[in-house]
Design a protein around this ligand. Structure first.
Ligand code: A3P
Length: 297
């Protein structure tokens, strides 16, 4: 069973979590974590199910939106994905196909059938400095966020791995291990910064990976509708009313707190010189044996 844990320090930094088997989960995961994870493990997967996996603020909604357009053949926005983490499995079981799920959990926590090759998985990663800036601002926009405190306190916790879903580094290493050991061909690895550089070729590759074929005008339309510029302008006007309800409840500003800057390098507006130097030291040390290289600007 999980335990409720509140990490805090003397400077008023606080992070509320549900802790299970040493990992920190968000408090909105249903029930006691253990039962929920067991139900996900046994979930019935359909051949056309798609899973978008990420550490928070790595571009989950972006990849979800592209995947949902490619799966449905329609360039309409769907709002937010159905998260494995936050929804009761009975609800997920009843969703109509094609289902596009998201999760901030790693491969070992996916339904067993996915780990046996059923469905398709997109994993998206983003450089850890932009993730930190995005996640902090996101927490500040939420009503009753699990985290409260200053940017300085946030960065201290983040660098110590005291964060929802644990350390950014551990999550990346977990995916690197999956890449090295998992023999299935149902995972595609994406990098936020590379998508920013060339979205069109990513849309093409994602379509091939899903095994769907479209003419060039449709793929161009998906690309155009999924640029940050277009999404930030039109998503709110087009998403379903029930998603808007959810957003109203969670956001202080009563608008979708997801689309913000959509840039590579916004971390520079948040990190001080000293914080950046400390982070670079941690990054060097942690990433010594990693094959991944991230672009920070
Ligand atoms: P910023 O806060 O840096 O702007 P997630 O969906 O995992 O919560 O990630 C949210 C981050 O992805 C936000 O980053 C958001 O602006 C960015 N994002 C969403 N759609 C995007 C797009 N079409 N292009 C680039 N970035 C996008």
């Amino acid at each position: 069973m999980c335990e409720f844990v509140e990490e805090f320090d003397e400077e008023g930094t606080s992070l509320k979590t549900k802790k299970y088997e040493g990992k920190l989960y968000t408090t909105i995961i249903p029930g006691n974590v253990k039962d929920h994870l067991e139900r996900i493990e046994q979930m019935e997967v359909r051949d056309d199910d798609t899973f978008v996996l990420s550490y928070p603020k790595s571009g989950t909604h972006w990849v979800f939106t592209i995947a949902s357009m490619l799966r449905t053949g329609k360039s309409t926005y769907k709002g937010s994905p159905d998260f494995l983490d936050f929804n009761d499995v009975d609800v997920l079981d009843k969703l109509p196909s094609p289902r596009i799920f998201a999760s901030h959990m790693t491969f070992d926590r996916l339904p067993r059938q996915v780990r046996e090759g059923k469905g398709k998985v997109f994993v998206v990663s983003r450089n850890p400095k932009d993730v930190a800036a995005s996640l902090y601002v996101f927490f500040m926009k939420l009503e009753n966020a699990d985290f409260s405190g200053s940017w300085e306190g946030f960065l201290r916790f983040y660098m110590q791995g005291k964060m929802l879903y644990g350390s950014w580094f551990e999550t990346l290493f977990d995916w690197e291990r999956t890449k090295d050991t998992y023999k299935g061909d149902n995972i595609m690895y994406l990098v936020y910064e590379k998508m920013k550089k060339d979205l069109s070729s990513h849309v093409d590759k994602m379509a091939s990976f899903l095994g769907v074929t479209y003419d060039k005008p449709f793929l161009d339309e998906v690309t155009d509708r999924c640029t940050f510029k277009t999404m930030i302008k039109t998503v709110m006007e087009e998403i379903k009313p029930q998603d808007q309800d959810f957003i109203h409840k969670m956001s202080k500003e009563k608008k979708l707190p997801i689309y913000r800057k959509g840039e590579v390098g916004d971390w520079k507006n948040h990190f001080t010189v000293a914080q950046n130097e400390a982070f670079d030291r941690l990054y060097e040390e942690q990433m010594r044996d990693s094959k991944c290289k991230f672009r920070f600007e």
